[in-house]
Design a protein around this ligand. Sequence first.
Ligand SMILES: Cc1cc2nc3c(=O)[nH]c(=O)nc-3n(C[C@H](O)[C@H](O)[C@H](O)COP(=O)(O)O)c2cc1C
Length: 218
Amino acid sequence: MSIDKVKNYISSVRRDFANKPLEDSMVKDNPIDQYALWFQEAISSEVLDPYAACLSTVDDSGQPSSRVVYIRDIINSSFVFYTNYNSKKGKDLLNNSKAAFNVFWGELERQIIIQGVVSKVNKEISDKYFNARPRRSKIGAWASSQSNVLKSRNELENNFIKFEEKFKGDEVPRPSNWGGFSLNPHKIEFWQGRPSRLHDRICYTKEGDLWRKNRLSP
Ligand SMILES: Cc1cc2nc3c(=O)[nH]c(=O)nc-3n(C[C@H](O)[C@H](O)[C@H](O)COP(=O)(O)O)c2cc1C
């Protein structure tokens, strides 16, 4: 497809949203319970990877960047994902702990926006998750200096072979630079597409230990 055809397509295609309301009476008082309710519906609707979320971080020049990660756990109402602490996102987060997730479930015409502050999970939690991964994923964590420039694909594959040899016959330990981050939310918005762009937006904001709920204009 030429870029002109792409331009023509994205500027002309219009789609209205189905009418699946998010009434005030339907939403839970606690956004984590609301997330669980919607998550169940995402599974029932066979959303691909409902635990995938776009994670945004900000670097020390103020430049945001985004990438998809898997939310692998929810501990004390915080959302946990695993990564390389020396990666681009890892460095961003260790410097600026403010971050946001965006979960988009197109099949349900829904998005969830989660804002909060990130911290490292403890070593025991990271070990438990790492130890449950398939052996080849564990070796992959050693082989990849995530976000660094590679000379070639071969460099990565040779690294993999090197660590396969190194750990032959042994358990693969967790690299100290690999582990979990947990995002402790202070704002969570549930967005439901509605016809004529009159979408529903229910936004929870944390005040002390309590969550306040507001309806936002679409
Ligand atoms: C569906 C999907 C799931 C992903 N899950 C993770 C994940 O859980 N952890 C991770 O570090 N990268 C994950 N990635 C790769 C990241 O999007 C990203 O490429 C990588 O973490 C490097 O990001 P950075 O250079 O901005 O730090 C996933 C990518 C996709 C498309």
